[in-house]
Design a protein around this ligand. Sequence first.
Ligand code: ADP
Ligand code: MG
Length: 340
Amino acid sequence: MKESNEVEFQNVVCKFGDFHAVDDVSFSIKAGEFFSMLGPSGSGKTTCLRLIAGFNNPNLGKIFIQGQDTLGIPPYKRNLNTVFQDYALFPHMNVLDNISYGLRIKKLPKSEIDSMTKEILEMVRLPEVGNRKPNELSGGQRQRIALARALVNRPSVLLLDEPLGALDLKLREEMQVELKQIQRKIGITFIFVTHDQEEALSMSDRIAVFNKGKIIQIGSPSDIYDKPKTEFVANFVGVSNLFKNEDAVRILKKKGSYMIRPEKLNITESEKKISDNSFKVQAKLVTQIYSGASSKIILETSFGTKLIVLSQKINSSSPIEVGKEFFVFGNMEDIHQIEG
Ligand code: ADP
Ligand code: MG
């Protein structure tokens, strides 16, 4: 156990009856890290947060917080706070009272409570709403107040369980940027749960990808995106072209299983000579989906393999004909081998 680890799991198992919600999970999070747990619904993310917070206890394995074994330590004695998707603000209290609640419980002097509350309201950029009730705020404002209420207690770790899940896309994207800035500024450890791969990629220092109670891969956003370990990670985090078994032999002249991202593939109408370090395959156009900045082009080879190409060059004003033959090509350097 290294001293600089804020949170560490060692072979943690958490069961509900016979069901393994968290199944032999190990990881460590460094102080000040923005660490995301990413995975589909039911993969064990919330249970991991609850284990850290002390609301659940492991059946097997150990959990350390700042080097201390948490066995038997109740939630209120752990130096952390949680922000939930549903805000959980007190509806009858105004914003100032909501934020200062934890400080008043601790019986800090009033002047100190006032200045800490004011400072944190400025940090979440809502200095003017102190006297309003939660129902007089927008969804995005409520989520900022929930964040302020957690941060004002100066926890060493903040646990965030899908905190932006209830916000619409534009607001969610704004809050992603803001959350990340706030985390940088105050430098505390954020453990952020999400099922949204873009959110995890854009905010995190490191991501743990969960499936069925297990961590499949831990790494930086670019590790996870460019070098997914398995087919599950390749498909869950972004869109992938997978070339497995005979497909790999036909297209890449290699044995094994490989993936390449759609933005790394190109299409051309005429058969070009390609370099040694490239591959190409002939395919028919199935459909083209225009989405503003780029087009997604779906093709199929004569042996039935689907290919997805993301192109910024092809636009809606030059639609291409369904069934037309193209050559799809890419660089061998952009091909990444996966397990299985
Ligand atoms: P996630 O947050 O990734 O969606 P959870 O950690 O909430 O997943 O749940 C993981 C699995 O454990 C799910 O199948 C869920 O139904 C189950 N589970 C969670 N909490 C309980 C509980 N208190 N009792 C029984 N099953 C539970
Ligand atoms: Mg959950």
